[in-house]
Design a protein around this ligand. Sequence first.
Ligand code: ADP
Length: 368
Amino acid sequence: RRNIAVMTSGGDAPGMNANVRAIVRTAIFKGCRAFGIYEGYSGLVKGGPEYIREMNWHTVRDWLAEGGTNIGTARCMEFKEKWGRLRACKNMIDAGIDALIVCGGDGSLTGADRFRGEWPELISELLHKQEITQDQYDRYKHLNICGTVGSIDNDMATTDATIGAYSSLARICEAVDYINATANSHQRAFVVEVMGRHCGWLALMAGIATAADWIFIPEKPSSRSEWSSHMCEIVAKHRARGKRTTIVIVAEGAIDASLNPITPDDVKDVLVDKLGLDTRVTTLGHVQRGGPAVAYDRELATLQGVAAVEAILDGTPETPSPMIAIAENKIVRRPLMEAVKLTKSVAQAIADKDFAKAISLRDTEFTE
Ligand code: ADP
């Protein structure tokens, strides 16, 4: 009988609640106790009944569709320090928890794996300082962890989709549809900035799904003279064919060939100066994270929640920490640290302007 805790960490994403619900209910169904850690790693470092609460079947009722995360999330500097992780270790033992499932992005999952790697050292230190008893030491010697990926950016390597990305995409598409209606009335151009951090997935998919005229993504930088003349050529061609609207989508991480950010205002200036278009900028902002989870995210988060508890129950001290992924429509386990390492290598390759490497890393066939 395991005592399994679940936490959401990093940026919130629709579907995190569905993931927590599935984890809590699967844990209970399998005869375990379930706990929610509130406010991410910050709650783990603070500890106590305010932050570490036992969850029952009813606690998570109606969480399936709800956006955001009801158990809270936070960024926590203390957990990056050894003393913070030592407090977290003590708080988990005090609460009787022996397994942890973290739903978050690559930063959160890095933290989780680090915590597990360090666990033997942390728990020995607590025993040495007599903060825990020998019995507690024997009972909690091993920590099992498992990661599920919650992120609207869809930026984690080795998984086809992250929990939240399709909800965010749906929200962006709805917003662009609204914008299209007003753009059409006034024959205006709109430059729409979307989220995604260093990943262009949201902008690319939104561009396809809304028939945008042009998109900017971090993965495909070009010099200002190149993009401005090419974009204007395309937009002018569309207008000449009778299109009354112009939509340009800019990923928040978009960069030019010198790695300087491309801002929506840069794009607007070009559309005004070169084409004389009546142009407005819309930054969608946090609307993209809100609202209910779309059906796909509810389903993904639920299946992955079940898989996460199963992975915890199968875990041994020897097996590396798993991350629950989806690959070719199948829910699979991946070694968590390899997925995180690959994700960081892709980001590094983009920062180094080595796009061929970034693309080949993203296409890495994962071998067990
Ligand atoms: P995301 O999970 O969305 O990538 P962050 O990178 O902000 O978000 O990470 C969320 C939290 O995870 C951090 O505030 C910190 O508490 C923890 N974390 C991230 N990286 C590490 C690390 N290397 N060691 C320990 N904790 C970490």
